[in-house]
Design a protein around this ligand. Sequence first.
Ligand code: ATP
Ligand code: MG
Length: 309
Amino acid sequence: MSVVIALANQKGGVGKTTTTVSLAAALAARGLRILVVDADPQANATSAVGATKDDEGGLYEALVDERPLDDAVRATNIDGLSILPTTPALAGAEVELVSVMAREFRMKRALDALRPRFDLILVDCPPSLGLLTVNALAACDEVIIPVQCEYFALEGLSHLSHTIELVQRNLNPRLVIRGVVLTMFDARTNLSREVESEVRSHFPNTFNAVIPRSVRLAEAPSHGEPITVFDPTSTGARAYFDLGDELIAALRARDLIPASIAPSTALPAVVASTPTAVATVPATSHEVATIPQTPRDIVSQPQEQTHGA
Ligand SMILES: Nc1ncnc2c1ncn2[C@@H]1O[C@H](COP(=O)(O)OP(=O)(O)OP(=O)(O)O)[C@@H](O)[C@H]1O
Ligand SMILES: [Mg+2]
């Protein structure tokens, strides 16, 4: 019994890595055995938990050479939290896998072998819908979509929804969209509230927990510590504990995590969308107009990164 969850959004700088690492640490604090898989060649999740980027052997070797990942998993300073670190070499995997048979399933094979060791595996995806993200979507049971509370929040989400739909249809029929997480919410602005209501109307399975914009969250990675350790009483840490508890409640409702793990407060379960009920968002003029139709075309070109924070 274990769950693999990918955190994906091809838009850059929306809080994927911050959410992966902070949520992982919050869940580890509740007693779950958590593995963070750094599937982004930027290796931000690796450094955010205090691991080094230059370790030999990791996701790149697993994807390209099909080397087992057992020795690549590292413990962190946080009880219950392990990391599968990566290096910038992972960027080469996108190119090297292009001509490989069943190239979309390399990560699935590698991570399936690790499932018995963990209750939950969180995969931090890069800001693109390339082969690494498609591999993560093919490998996972559920996907969480971090969305930044800013003007173009919904831009690109229809493209992401279509990609998820194509993966469900062609590679991973079990894939469930667990929910959208609103990040960098600024309670002082009307814009944040407007974005929140718009996202909730398009994605009813948006988590109740909303992550505030917080300087402490931005500072934590430079100390190599998740926010739950760096400043456990900050608003950012509390929001990620709430998000973790909401996720625990939802996963327990599906019998996906041990009954002995209990959220600190009883929260309502998030209703996950089914593979046939993918939320769709009207395309905007900024979006890619053509939607890929075949499995081979699921992999699309990396989007321009828009670091908004
Ligand atoms: N809630 C927050 N409040 C303030 N700053 C934040 C918050 N969440 C993330 N940040 C900061 O915003 C920047 C982008 O966040 P993060 O790296 O988590 O996004 P990402 O989606 O993983 O980016 P990329 O697409 O490049 O992988 C980082 O500098 C991070 O510290
Ligand atoms: Mg990132």
